[in-house]
Design a protein around this ligand. Structure first.
Ligand code: ASP
Ligand code: MG
Length: 410
């Protein structure tokens, strides 16, 4: 008998029919003798709808009230799921974030969980009651309602699992696990049985949208075994754990991020302080910068290139034109039709030549690499957006990730 936290996302609780199916699933798990706590999101699309309502009545952001508004989405689903459980003869009780003391800091709209009190939850679990907890929300020190940022229910679930010292935190969703690549793009993408926290963090932040990256960070920190699995089909899903000493495949997965843009300031003086003068105003905008590349200088001049989200492209150019004049740089240019493809794997640590294999594979398809960046367990390349899918498929094949490829490999 163990303690398990289930988290159901917006799609899984998107209608009363689905909520009833979720209730059946929870009842089945309880019948195993497990102690189950549940965290839910708002019904799919509801948070967007509430956001639009808020924007409709006020054109300036009013963070405290926006949080009260957004938190209401999860209040609906905790009640409905609890009612569906009780209807099935399973004792259950719904809780808003504040009612189980999910204490956060006071940063409305992006609050961080600081503390969770488990007293009430343990009491319920000990009596065979399923606590159903609103995800995505908490309460600050002064008692104000806060929200954690979009996708925040994953983080709530992990925080609850950590506080309860649960055996597993199951993120139940509309896909049956984490894949070697996006199956909508790569036909023979395969579900991974296991992936490490580190790899998942790279895959999550690189745009494989299965889990919010903050929840993975949290789970890694508190060593909460996390499993991504389907709400509606039985299956083992993907377990996210600490690195095992089992031999790791060189590459575990390939992520892609479309909708990127790159900006180059050419002919900037190669002197101290230039990077900070270029990226300072961008950071303060605030515009998020991803890859940064600076050439080695020649003739005392250098080129400086970085990438941003495509939505920020025009604004970044506007911000930088006065900076260019100020620095006396030759030219400001850019390209907003680029994408990033990244191969990720902890096995890279112990295998040389991964980068070369990737570059050779891309060259064989005549795909030009515009930028490269690496970390210990990741190699990212920027390519023209029209080659993104091809790059993804050819990297997937090169590293033997396709269906059936896992056989004979441990
Ligand atoms: N309902 C919130 C959202 O849509 C939180 C979540 O689903 O995780 O972002
Ligand atoms: Mg979600």
């Amino acid at each position: 008998m163990g303690t398990v936290v289930h988290k159901y996302g917006g799609t899984s609780v998107g209608s009363t029919e689905r909520i009833k199916a979720v209730a059946d699933r929870v009842v089945r798990q309880c019948a195993n003798g497990d102690r189950v706590a549940v965290v839910v999101s708002a019904m799919g699309g509801e948070t967007d709808r509430l956001t639009a309502l808020g924007r409709d009545v006020a054109d300036r952001s009013i963070p405290r009230e926006m949080d009260v508004l957004l938190a209401s989405g999860e209040q609906v689903t905790i009640a409905l799921l609890s009612m569906a459980l009780i209807q099935r003869g399973q004792r259950a009780r719904s809780y808003l974030g504040g009612q189980v003391h999910i204490r956060t800091n006071d940063h409305h709209g992006r609050a961080r969980i600081e503390e969770v009190s488990t007293e009430r939850l343990h009491k319920d679990l000990d009596q065979g009651i399923v606590p159903v907890i609103a995800g995505f929300q908490g309460i600050d020190e002064s008692g104000n309602v806060t929200t954690l940022g979009r996708g925040g229910s994953d983080t709530t679930a992990v925080a609850i699992a950590a506080a309860l010292e649960a055996d597993e935190c199951q993120i139940c969703t509309d896909v049956d696990g984490v894949y070697t690549a996006d199956p909508r793009v790569v036909e023979d993408a395969r579900r991974l049985d296991q992936v490490t926290f580190e790899e998942m963090l790279e895959l999550a932040s690189l745009g494989s949208k299965v889990l919010a990256s903050r929840s993975v960070e949290f789970a890694g920190k508190y060593r909460v075994p996390l499993r991504v699995l389907s709400t509606f089909e039985d299956g083992p899903g993907t377990l996210i754990t600490v690195e095992t000493n089992m031999e790791q495949p060189v590459v575990s997965g390939i992520a892609h991020t479309p909708d990127e843009a790159k900006i180059t300031m050419a002919g900037v003086p190669d002197v101290p302080g230039v990077a900070s003068r270029i990226l300072g105003p961008i950071g303060r905008a605030p515009i998020e910068v991803d890859m940064i590349v600076q050439n080695t200088g020649g003739d005392g001049l250098t080129d400086f290139t970085f990438t941003v989200k495509r939505d920020d492209y025009e604004r970044a150019l506007e911000i930088l034109e006065p900076v260019r004049l100020d620095l006396g740089a030759r030219e400001l240019s850019g390209d907003n039709k680029i994408a990033k493809v990244s191969v990720v794997g902890v096995g890279m640590r112990s295998h040389a030549g991964v980068a070369t294999r990737l570059f050779d594979a891309l060259a064989a398809e005549n795909i030009n690499i515009q930028m490269i960046s690496t970390s210990e367990i990741k190699i990212s390349v920027v390519v023209a957006e029209r080659y993104m899918e091809l790059a993804l498929r050819c990297a997937h094949t090169e590293f033997g990730l396709g269906e059936g490829a896992g056989e004979g490999r441990t």
